[in-house]
Ligand binder design. Structure first.
Ligand SMILES: Cc1ncc(COP(=O)(O)O)c(C=O)c1O
Length: 478
């Protein structure tokens, strides 16, 4: 129906086709609302899912996804592997499989873990439908509504909706360049102890953190395990990126240092292909038993076709060569992004210098709200993940995650140039509103490029004054 022909009503606003659709959608939801489980009230949408539509738009340079570059996988090799699956195992590949996964896939996973210095019995591995299901299953078997879990601040934006949907009380511990700050963890645990509360687990991404881009030092890993051992807590080690290292020496995973209190989560998504949707879990046997029960009720088994593909891939030879070639590509893209940031971002912005993985974390001056900034940036055809997606409590308002693996080097240069322009515009606007001079643009040879320590919000932000700028009260008063 043509909206313009809607007659005005008695109401304050005329009823347009759009407002009628909105109202009828609201009425529809009302009809079902009494049926929804309580947990749906706290379910949150994943920022990445929301932003995924943008990554599909050709005209937008998106640093928002966590996409590996799957165009680097040879089509001929894919055909060869699928041909072998068809030749040798078509009926089984098209059939249901065991919930515990195929033995060959568990062997392949043990190989991947061995490459990072972990010795694991394939019988203790549970293949899952991606690393995301691994996290969901952990939450499903361990979290009752109101249970405390500990995570880093910021944390993996995809874990936030998972933990929220199981109604966990998530406490986030600040990080610095060496990862989670263990003294702050200890203080939080002591405080919880005084309240008679015990966290169900501590969730950490020690290598090339998503989104912060930092890596937990060996000393911190040891300290964390000491705390976990003393207090008999579980730690969930989520490690999708450990093999994607571009500089420095590998640091032993928590699992290799002391597996007793560690649930380990891995995935083929970043070292092979996310489209396979195959990840995995390793856990102490009693925990593994519950995880298998949880998985059985969720999806019976992970995709048999994907598992046969993985098995063929690992039997075909030097799988680490592909990981090395990906690392080489991503290392160059990371360097291009770091150079472009130094050239185009204002002096007050800081960002991390990741030694591997797919992301870096940038912190803007505190008067810039990155959620608002995203709307501006999209108009200029560039996107990122606003920092709030990585916190449960509204922190991160001036922070952003930038992915450098899913776009080519020219797009990185152009995208960061566009983003830099949008940020400079905001800085200048702030200068105009407050009378403070806008800082000069950082030149190509600008001093002090990446700050390896992420600047992490420690307080929930104050309310925004305008749609564009977030100006703290202290600054407004001056
Ligand atoms: C830290 C972390 N955990 C889990 C996942 C989910 O992995 P998958 O794509 O295999 O489901 C991701 C994906 O980006 C991640 O970064």
């Amino acid at each position: 129906m043509d909206d313009r022909r809607e007659p005005p009503t008695d109401g304050v606003e005329p009823v347009t086709g759009k407002s009628r659709r909105t109202r009828s959608a609201a009425r529809e939801i009302e009809r079902y609302s009494s049926l929804f489980a309580q947990r749906t009230g706290v379910m949150r949408s994943s920022a990445m899912r929301d932003l995924m539509a943008l990554t599909a738009r050709d005209d937008i340079i998106s640093f928002a996804g966590g996409l590996p570059d799957t165009s680097t996988f040879s089509p001929g090799f894919f055909t060869e592997l699928m041909g072998r699956v068809a030749q040798d195992s078509v009926a089984r590949a098209l059939q249901y499989g065991p919930t515990e996964g195929l033995a060959d896939v568990r062997e392949a996973i043990a190989c991947v873990m061995e490459a990072e210095g972990m010795d694991v019995d394939p019988d203790n591995i549970l293949p899952t439908s991606g690393g995301q299901q691994a996290l969901d299953l952990i939450a499903k078997i361990l979290i009752d509504p109101g249970d405390v879990i500990i995570a880093e601040a910021p944390t993996y934006p995809g874990a936030v909706p998972t933990f929220c949907s199981y109604q966990a009380d998530v406490i986030q511990i600040p990080m610095d360049r060496d990862g989670m700050q263990i003294d702050k963890l200890r203080a939080a645990l002591d405080q919880l102890d005084q309240q008679g509360r015990r966290p169900k687990f501590i969730y950490t991404i020690p290598n090339f953190h998503n989104p912060a881009g930092v890596t937990m030092s060996l000393e911190r890993r040891r300290e964390l395990l000491e705390i976990v051992g003393e207090r008999e807590l579980l730690v969930v080690e989520d490690n999708p990126y450990g093999l994607l290292r571009y500089e420095g020496e590998p640091i032993p995973p928590l699992y290799s240092l002391d597996p007793e209190f560690v649930i380990y989560a891995g995935t083929f998504s970043k070292i092979l292909a996310p489209g396979l949707r195959i990840g995995w879990l390793v856990a102490p046997p009693p925990v593994l038993g519950k995880l298998i029960l949880g998985k059985g009720s969720a999806d019976l088994c992970s995709s048999s076709i994907s598992q046969y593909f993985v098995a063929e891939y690992f039997q075909s030879g030097p799988w680490l060569d592909y990981v090395r070639s990906l690392s080489e590509i991503y290392r160059r893209r990371r360097d291009v992004m770091l150079d472009a940031l130094a050239e185009h971002f204002p002096r007050e912005a800081v960002w991390t210098h990741p030694h591997g993985g797919l992301f870096l974390w940038a912190t803007m001056p505190d008067y810039i709200d990155t959620t608002d900034l995203l709307a501006r940036a999209i108009k200029d055809r560039v996107a990122f993940v606003p920092g709030r997606a990585a916190y449960v409590d509204g922190r991160g308002g001036s922070e952003m995650r930038l992915n450098f693996s899913g776009v080519n080097e020219d797009e990185i240069r152009e995208g960061i140039r566009r983003l830099g322009e949008v940020i400079h515009e905001q800085v200048a606007l702030y200068g105009t509103l407050t009378g403070q001079p806008a800082p000069a643009k950082r030149g190509a040879s600008g001093a002090g490029s990446a700050d390896p320590a992420p600047v992490i919000s420690s307080q929930p932000p104050e309310p925004a004054v305008t749609n564009v700028l977030h100006i703290s009260r202290a600054k407004r008063a001056s």
